[in-house]
Design a binder for this molecule. Structure first.
Ligand SMILES: NC(=O)N[C@@H](CC(=O)O)C(=O)O
Ligand SMILES: [Zn+2]
Ligand SMILES: [Zn+2]
Length: 432
């Protein structure tokens, strides 16, 4: 029997309390003294339910030079995450039961965060024929979420069939909303800055047109659609109206779309190249408000590690995508008003409870009460840190925040009562 006592943590919404964890689950919450328990002093720290990422690129199998399940989940733990959903655009693509089971098994072996594989919608992400959705759903990996992320499921017939299929077992489709004909050759957000720089633009309507269509398909089929990395003000308006009508849709926003704008592209530094692209200040403001309000349900990182040769090159040749796992909590706090004004309960809702619910991860996103799995994060709300790419746990270095000072630090992360991060450092022994 192993016991852990987290002493005087500021539990969101409940005030300062002690938490006794026994064999990975919460045994008691209150004022506790337990002889023999390992004690973690949480005085001055906020305890959140462990963060849950709906959108992580772990790059394994196939691009282990950029990230592995092990390195990516270490980065996740460092960022306060206890569960990540692994995107399907690996090599080979996660379009069979074999690949999703392999990814889940690698996650278990690593032991730093629960890894829930996302299955591809179409074979090879080619958008032509449905992947083995049923086989992945019934596999040991129990896939519920399907996505061709990196590509849009743009064929409306394929999208309709996918929705009808996942509806039969309560699954959902996570859509990368990008009408491909409208973004051919696109390099950055279409607007004043792209006109000035002479770079081909990615118009916001390419995202909005697909979101509008898929809202209608969700309503028509009664199936669930989740919108990945929503980046424009108009997308928010469409989702708001859809939800008001009762459509079965949810949406995520990425930290970088809550902070950065297309102005950064003036540097021609490909670290700012991402899909969908960085937008205008007006979009950032609307996205922040929508996150606070709940029209946008969750923060998702879209952690997209890339090897140096794919990123440190000329703008047009660089792959889109940026790191996210280790900086997402800090940026989310900033976007929700900064450490002094941030509503921690809203933060817990958008970064943990709601994403856990969307992904169907029942053991995650739970506040401490007797019986629940001890998946928690301890955050120092008054500390700050400076992003040093070489110091990140990710195998890749493509963070857009190098040298930036960010608020709040992750002091500890617990996965089923076991520390994966303690005193701000990754624990090397994660196996019980
Ligand atoms: N976001 C990105 O710019 N890139 C992602 C793919 C994606 O999320 O669309 C990647 O896999 O690198
Ligand atoms: Zn995408
Ligand atoms: Zn992605």
């Amino acid at each position: 029997m192993s016991e852990l006592l987290i002493k005087s943590a500021d539990i969101v919404g409940k005030g300062r309390k002690d938490i006794l964890v026994r064999d990975g689950r919460v045994a008691e919450v209150g004022s506790i003294s337990a002889a023999g328990a390992e004690v973690v002093d949480a005085d001055g720290l906020v305890l959140l339910p462990g963060l849950v990422d709906l959108h992580t690129h772990l790059r394994e199998p196939g691009r282990e030079d950029a990230e592995t399940v092990l390195s990516g989940t270490r980065a996740a733990a460092k960022g306060g995450y206890t569960a990540v959903c692994a995107m399907a655009n690996s090599y080979p693509v996660a379009d069979t039961a074999g690949v999703v089971e392999q990814v889940a098994a690698l996650g278990r072996a690593a032991g730093y965060a629960d890894v829930q594989p996302i299955g591809a919608v179409s074979i090879g992400l080619e958008g032509k024929r449905l992947a083995e959705i049923g086989a992945m759903a019934h596999s040991a990996a129990k896939v519920r979420m399907f996505s061709d992320d990196g590509h849009c499921v743009h064929d409306p017939v394929l999208m309709r069939r996918a929705l009808e299929y996942v509806k039969t077992f309560g699954g959902l489709i996570a859509q990368h909303a990008e009408e491909p004909r409208l973004t051919e050759g696109a390099q950055m957000n279409e607007g004043a800055v792209s006109a000035e720089l002479g770079l081909p633009g990615w118009p916001s309507v390419a995202e909005e047109a697909i979101i509008a269509r898929d809202v209608l398909l969700a309503e028509y089929t009664g199936a669930r659609v989740h919108f990945c990395h929503v980046s424009t003000a108009r997308s928010v308006a469409i989702i708001r109206e859809a939800k008001a009508r009762g459509a079965n849709v949810t949406a995520e926003v990425c930290p970088h779309h809550l902070l950065l704008t297309d102005d950064a592209v003036r540097s021609y530094d490909p670290v700012y190249k991402v899909n969908p692209p960085l937008r205008r200040e007006a979009d950032v403001e609307v996205l922040r408000a929508a996150l606070a309000e709940g029209v946008i349900d969750a923060v998702a990182t879209d952690h997209a590690p890339h090897a140096p040769q794919d990123k440190e090159c000329e703008w047009a040749a660089a792959r889109p995508g940026m790191l996210g796992l280790e900086t997402a909590l800090s940026i989310s706090v900033l976007a929700l008003g900064g450490p002094a004004d941030c509503d921690w309960d809203v933060l817990a809702e958008r970064t943990s409870r709601t994403p856990a619910r969307i992904a169907g991860l029942e053991a995650h996103g739970r506040d401490p009460k007797p019986g629940v799995e001890a998946n928690f994060t301890l955050v120092d709300p008054s500390a700050s840190w400076t992003v040093v790419p070489e110091g990140l746990a990710s195998l890749s270095r493509n963070t857009p925040y190098a040298g930036r000072e960010l608020p709040v630090t992750v002091q500890a992360t617990f996965l089923r009562g076991r520390a994966t991060v303690l005193n701000g450092k990754i624990e090397e022994e994660t196996q019980a």
